[in-house]
Design a binder for this molecule. Structure first.
Ligand code: XMP
Length: 514
């Protein structure tokens, strides 16, 4: 089995970046809240203590069990992780006269393996208001003008600490410093690849599922698609994928999914056409939250019905629900601020799975980041159009039709949306853009086409760049591309006579309009 690094999170905004750097060095890692204690460190090859916003000397500040330094496993403390180490081992941390923030010149002293192969003078990123005066038994291995203990080695504690942040991109050799900790200090082999992940996950899923039946909601999005193919490889016909057509999909989506997964890949796919059911339930509903609730509940109902149908047709009792839950969702739900019991199950792809669904969860990607799932998708042979697909919200076009929803409005929006996608693709901007789509507005305006007056709806084009969907900037699409989109929409889509471009960033806006 692969080696594992445990990252204890003290509430830093960038703890996930530590995990990214470790994974990039091909070493598996898990993030746990600091209070998860010694138990989660069992079997670790190394431990990393993250940064955090607190001051260690303030009552109630997050602490670490000093027994961690006696496990015989190397520990790396980053910023707060270094300060807390000093604090619990009889050292001294005080408020600094001056906060140190931003790019700082670091001078490396001696030849500690943490800085092996790196220049003696380098740029690092600092962000701290406290300063370590003493760590018992520690040797200074790097300093900066304002920080005499910028990096230390304390052999008796099996500890190395850095006051700066090697996980952020601004630290010149940050990835190499973390890499040195992993390979030169912890002795990690760096053999955790997507190929090895696939093999391990297939074996793990077979053990978890045994001979039971599993259903998976296949939306056609990256996560559920890759999960479907991986699980198909693991358990073959024990997996039934359910594709729910809720009548709120993008143009061509239902056919595309059917062709690829059933015809080409050959997995068991149930096509549940529930479009009338959804549109009927949504008729006359304008409130965004109410729309979401109705859709979430109906998804669950359709799932339950399909599971029952499988049983009734002699396909066996469905015991598991598979989902493409990703690691950031899992981390969020067990964050430093959530209690240890505030775990995970609430995360799902379909918008509201009740606790009483009565199915066990199979979540092959609950330890992976999105780009790792994409890499697995490519490794499993999924085409680029699927692997690089833009995120699409569970409630679909319902949250892109402002006001009440009708089949006719869905049809109008699908056409406009397809034009946005086609023109973006032609302009070669698909991969640069995080999401791009059309929104149908409940606003009518006057126009003129030929010699005739028109009085039709307006449509907004929304396109954003982002790395994770949490923050986003409106995409600076060239005006001629926007012009082509607008021209085609007005000419080709009856019902829309005006197009506007949304230039709101997130925050303060959100990506979707509802
Ligand atoms: P917002 O609009 O909150 O969206 O800025 C952030 C990202 O999440 C997607 N999104 C959803 N995805 N179910 C989903 O699976 C949902 O209910 C949902 N709402 C928003 C959105 O498309 C964007 O990528």
């Amino acid at each position: 089995m692969h080696q594992k690094i445990v990252i204890l999170d003290f509430g830093s905004q960038v703890t996930q970046l530590i995990a990214r750097r470790v994974r990039e060095a091909k070493v598996f890692c898990e993030i746990h809240p600091f209070h998860a204690g010694l138990k989660v460190c069992e079997g670790a090859t190394g431990i990393i203590l993250s940064g955090g916003p607190a001051s260690v000397y303030v009552p109630g500040a997050p602490q670490v069990d000093a027994a961690i330094y006696k496990l015989g496993v190397p520990v790396l403390g980053i910023c707060y992780g270094m300060q807390v180490t000093a604090h619990v081992n009889g050292g001294k941390v005080i408020k600094a006269d001056e906060r140190e923030f931003g790019r700082t010149d670091l001078e490396v002293l001696g030849d500690d393996p943490l800085f092996a192969g790196l220049p003696k003078s380098q740029m690092v990123w600092m962000s701290h208001g406290d300063r370590i005066e003493v760590i018992p038994g520690a040797t200074v291995i790097a300093k900066s003008a304002n920080c005499p203990l910028a990096a230390v080695h304390a052999p008796a504690l099996n500890f190395r600490g850095v006051q700066f942040h090697p996980e952020v991109a601004h630290t010149q050799f940050g990835a190499q410093i973390i890499g040195n900790f992993l390979t030169k200090v912890c002795g990690c082999r760096g053999d955790w690849t997507m190929g090895s992940f696939i093999e391990e996950e297939i074996a793990r899923t077979r053990t978890q599922v045994g001979s039971e039946q599993v259903i998976l909601g296949l939306s056609g999005g990256v996560d559920s698609s890759v999960a479907a193919v991986l699980l198909h490889k693991a358990i073959g016909t024990q997996l039934t994928c359910i594709f729910v057509n809720n009548g709120l999909l993008r143009a061509g989506e239902a056919d595309g999914v059917q062709k690829l997964f059933a015809d080409h890949i050959g997995l068991k796919l149930v096509y549940a056409d529930a479009s009338e059911r959804f549109l009927t339930a949504l008729a006359g509903v304008s409130d965004p939250e109410q729309k979401r609730k109705i859709i979430g509940k109906l998804f669950v109902d359709v799932f339950k019905d399909e599971a029952l149908k499988i049983k009734q047709s002699g396909g066996g009792h469905v015991k598991f629900l598979a989902q493409g839950t990703l690691y950031p969702d899992v981390i969020e739900s067990i964050s430093v601020h959530g209690g240890p019991a505030s775990v995970i199950k609430s995360h799902h792809n379909v918008g509201g799975l009740p606790a009483d669904l009565g199915l066990g969860l199979v979540e092959p990607f609950r330890f992976l980041f999105k780009d790792e799932v994409r890499a697995i998708g490519s490794e499993l042979g999924l085409p680029d159009e699927v692997v690089w697909r833009q995120p699409f919200p569970g409630p679909g076009l319902a949250v892109r039709i402002l006001g009440d929803i009708t089949a006719e409005k869905v049809n109008v929006l699908q056409k406009a949306d397809l034009i946005v996608r086609e023109e973006l693709k032609k302009a070669g901007l698909e991969r640069v853009i995080w999401q791009s789509f059309a929104v149908l507005l409940p606003v009518k305006s006057v126009g003129v086409m030929g010699d005739e007056r028109t009085y039709e709806n307006a449509c907004a084009i929304r396109a954003v760049t982002s790395t994770d969907g949490m923050t986003a900037d409106f995409a600076h699409i060239p005006h001629d591309v926007l012009g082509k989109m607008a021209g085609r929409i007005i000419n080709e889509v009856r019902g829309i006579n005006r197009v506007v471009y949304d230039i709101t960033s997130k925050p303060p806006g959100t990506i979707e309009w509802e």
